[in-house]
Design a protein around this ligand. Structure first.
Ligand code: A3P
Ligand code: MG
Length: 466
């Protein structure tokens, strides 16, 4: 399937020696020693408390190198779909199947008829919690973990050590031994609106064929998905349907979301996130990995890529890897496009091999550091988000430090929907089921440098997830 491999990564300069490991992996949560800055108002969290932020510094990264946290291969525990109207459905109707796209297709085609779904209202964790309630009703067992959140929140956390422009605002609340984390939707929406205004500021410009606009570039990703996916397996699809995909309307309303159980160090997590599709039918044995594929687009590399071209691409690979790694998506399929959006080639990567590719290339990020950082940060959250109320988690661009402060003294804000609170409030699944948050598989797997599951290995001096 692979038609092109971008850049001769192995010819790039070797990685510089790592700085000596001088500090422990989990910094003690510290009260901010500097005078408190004026905090931004949080309008939708009305009972603003006066807590000073508790800080988790990102640097020095050397404390996340070396000894590594154990990780657990994500296992699907539940799923749901959104239909063509973006209505929630508790089924697998949103699953798509991969079938290689036609090279040479123009990703701009059909832009005018794009049905673009964007959340107008805060989705909170509602669909994820709704599915967990159904799961608990069905199995009669409580879904227990230290954390419940969307995969996107964990991607932001995991990639923060190697992205100085990373910024996020999240809310967290502790309920019955589990910390629930959601995006601060209003802050994110305001940022998007500001970006969009900045993009369209100034007098209207004539279309520039050398610089497609932001909306068009966003469209390319969805168009690539439409060109590459089918509603059924290729075997069950007519050749006509496959050949007509370049003319098919593009919509991002329908989705399929997988909910997995995973673990980082001593923290267990339930993560929900969108999966683009399957390369083969789902195995009936739930212990086998699911052959999901993640589709991505990237600008093709020049014939003779310079160091900066490879660096730009490998930085993108960090996002591709983290996003897929978190849900256990084993393959990332990249569609390389020209500057104007013509699909030139595709390449298929095994997710587990991406960190090794980068290590042999520019070494601009290290998968082990990402995992250890995430494990350390989750432990910090467990030590910090302890009482009642709502906490805000913030990382500012180039800030270098994640801050957590309480913004509401009581309750769970809007993070937990009434359906979920009512279900759990009736005592469902809240019985005394022993230790909170660490399940048996994870306990077996704890330990440095241990193969934790199905060949995912993190060793002391090895960044590769083999
Ligand atoms: P690309 O990732 O190929 O650019 P995802 O890959 O996460 O499933 O997202 C599918 C597509 O949605 C992306 O394709 C991109 O077109 C669009 N998209 C996702 N997140 C975006 C963001 N933060 N800003 C702009 N476009 C985004
Ligand atoms: Mg994708």
């Amino acid at each position: 399937m692979s038609q092109k491999r971008p850049g001769a990564a192995s010819s790039l300069p070797p990685r510089p020696p790592a700085p000596p490991d001088t500090s422990s992996i989990h910094p003690t949560p510290e009260r901010d020693p500097t005078p408190p800055r004026k905090r931004r108002r949080v309008d939708h969290m009305p009972f603003l408390a006066s807590s000073d932020p508790i800080r988790f510094p990102i640097q020095p990264l050397s404390r996340f190198q070396g000894a590594s946290a154990s990780i657990k291969r994500p296992r699907e525990i539940a799923y749901f779909s959104y239909d063509e109207n973006h209505e929630y459905r508790e089924d697998d109707s949103g699953i798509s199947y991969y079938c290689p796209p036609q090279i040479g297709a123009n990703l701009c085609d059909g832009f005018d008829t794009f049905r673009h779904y964007e959340d107008k209202e805060d989705p909170h964790l509602n669909s994820l919690l709704r599915t967990l309630v159904s799961q608990e009703k069905r199995t009669g067992e409580r879904v227990q973990a230290d954390f419940v959140t969307w995969r996107g929140m964990m991607t932001k956390i995991m990639t923060a050590p190697f992205d100085m422009f990373a910024a996020f605002d999240m809310f967290a609340t502790l309920h019955d031994g589990t910390i629930y984390i959601e995006e601060d939707f209003e802050t994110r929406a305001a940022e998007r609106a500001a970006e969009s205004a900045a993009n369209s500021r100034g007098p209207p410009r004539p279309p520039n064929r050398h610089q497609p606009d932001h909306k068009m570039m966003t469209y390319w990703g969805y168009k690539f998905e439409t060109l590459s996916m089918l509603p059924d397996t290729p075997e069950n699809t007519s050749q006509d349907f496959i050949a007509n995909r370049p003319k098919a309307p593009v919509s991002n309303h329908a989705q399929h979301c997988s909910i997995v159980r995973t673990a980082f160090g001593s923290s267990s997590l339930i993560l929900g996130g969108e999966v683009d599709g399957l390369s083969d039918p789902k195995p009936s044995n739930p212990d086998l990995p699911i052959p999901w594929v993640e589709l991505k687009t990237a600008e093709e590399l020049p014939l003779r890529p310079q160091h900066r071209d490879i660096l730009k691409y490998e930085r993108k690979l960090l996002k591709f890897w983290a996003q897929s790694f978190l849900l256990g998506v084993p393959k990332v399929i990249v569609g390389f496009r020209s500057k104007q959006g013509v699909l030139r080639s595709i390449d298929v990567y095994e997710t587990g091999k991406i960190p090794g590719m980068v290590r042999r290339g520019t070494a601009c990020w290290d998968g082990n550091v990402c995992i250890n950082f995430a494990a350390g940060f989750l432990q910090f959250l467990k030590d910090t988000v302890k009482g009642e109320g709502v906490y805000k988690i913030t990382l500012r661009k180039k800030g270098g430090v994640v801050e957590v402060c309480k913004v509401q003294e009581k309750g769970t804000g809007d993070i937990l929907c009434s359906e979920f609170l009512e279900w759990r409030g009736k005592g469902n699944g809240t019985g005394d089921d022993g230790e909170v948050g660490v399940d048996d598989t994870q306990r077996e797997n704890e330990g440095e440098g241990k193969v934790v599951d199905d060949g995912i290995r993190v060793t002391q001096h090895q960044a590769v997830l083999s």
